[in-house]
Design a protein around this ligand. Structure first.
Ligand code: FAQ
Length: 311
């Protein structure tokens, strides 16, 4: 470690330049990125489960084809992100081990159950909506491979968001039962969606340093506010309400006032005690074990080809 390298790193980051895999970086910068990117990758992979739950029960062939494609996109996002983490020296097998042994986190939102088909629409609208709000600024994050991965991920997430909103619009034009189903789903997902942005700024241990390093471009509360402001007119157009009596336009601030999410609930879910944590991890662990023979075969094949190339 030399003061010149450190100064160069700081100058690059503060001038909004990009840090690339071969550049020198502080150990803590590398560790923070691995933590955030791995958590993000795990979220995409675990995030396949709640919606995957409805693939076999989608109400039409068209809805089934759309849902299959969306869930496959999430697998793709997970893979770009694991590849971005690999450029920092993180090993994917190791990251997967950490996920299934509970040593690494994934987004709290995927620990809630999907009880009705309206949940598929609401996840697209609100969960992908929140993901976009958080990820569009990450296209300008200081670490090159992460920023570049985010560009493609955001394009696909925008498409997912539209797909969810279109599904809900269709249900809202249907029967009273369908409209009730949409409202009931919105009531369950609204608060957990706000929790996706993390703890409030005054109890977010990582924000200050991640902002200084330009890993994060906005604080958790800034993004949460942006999401609320973006979602209110969309709810009006759809004909649903959010379950928050404190939600109202504040003329002076030019933003909405809103209630405080239950951050104690967020912490419980993050610590592993949400409604579906055990089930999500168990499913992932089983899928990983079931894939053992594929990984073994792929490694044997690669070794054989390498031996043949040498000979
Ligand atoms: N859930 O100091 P901070 C998707 C943890 S979108 C679980 O504020 P930070 C797309 C945090 O890691 C979802 N853990 O932390 C999709 C930290 O842990 P530590 C994924 C949470 O990192 C849609 C501790 O609490 N998106 O998958 C949560 O500065 C539909 C303290 O918090 C991303 O990961 C939470 N909600 O800010 C897929 C985006 N909040 O230090 C399928 C990238 C906080 O104990 C279907 N990540 N924690 O290890 C980020 O932007 C940031 O990491 C934040 C948290 C904003 C999530």
């Amino acid at each position: 470690e030399s003061p010149e390298l450190e100064a160069e790193f700081t100058a690059t980051v503060t001038a909004d330049g990009r840090i690339e895999p071969r550049d020198w970086m502080p150990d803590a910068y590398r560790a923070t990125l691995i933590r955030q990117i791995a958590q993000h990758a795990h979220s995409e992979i675990i995030g396949m489960q709640p919606e995957g739950n409805w693939i076999s029960r989608a109400p039409s062939l068209r809805r089934k084809a759309i849902l299959l494609a969306k869930v496959q996109d999430e697998a793709g996002h997970g893979l770009y992100l694991y590849a971005a983490a690999a450029t920092l020296g993180a090993d994917r097998t190791d990251l997967t081990e950490k996920l299934i042994s509970g040593r690494q986190k994934y987004s709290s939102i995927f620990n809630y159950p999907t009880l009705t088909f309206a949940d598929v629409g609401v996840i697209g609208w609100l969960v992908d909506g929140a993901a976009i709000c958080n990820q569009v600024p990450l296209c300008r994050t200081s670490y090159g491979p992460y920023a570049r991965a985010m560009i493609r991920v955001c394009k696909e997430e925008s498409f997912h968001q539209r797909q969810g909103y279109e599904l809900l619009m269709t249900m809202m034009r249907g029967s009273d039962n369908q409209r009730r189903m949409v409202q009931e789903s919105v009531d369950r997902w609204w608060w957990p969606s706000l929790m996706m942005f993390g703890p409030p700024d005054d109890s977010s241990p990582n924000t200050e340093r991640s902002m200084a390093w330009r890993i994060k471009r906005h604080t958790n509360d800034e993004l949460r506010q942006k999401f609320v402001d973006m979602s209110v007119p969309q709810a009006e157009a759809l004909g649903v309400t959010f379950p928050d009596p404190e939600l109202r336009w504040n003329e002076e601030r030019g933003q909405h006032d809103f209630g405080t999410p239950d951050f104690a609930e967020l912490m419980r879910v993050v610590k592993g005690n949400g409604p579906c944590n055990a089930e999500r991890i168990e499913h992932r662990r089983r899928a990983h074990e079931d894939g053992d023979w594929v990984r073994e075969a792929a490694a044997a094949y690669a070794a054989k080809r390498a031996a043949r190339a040498k000979g």
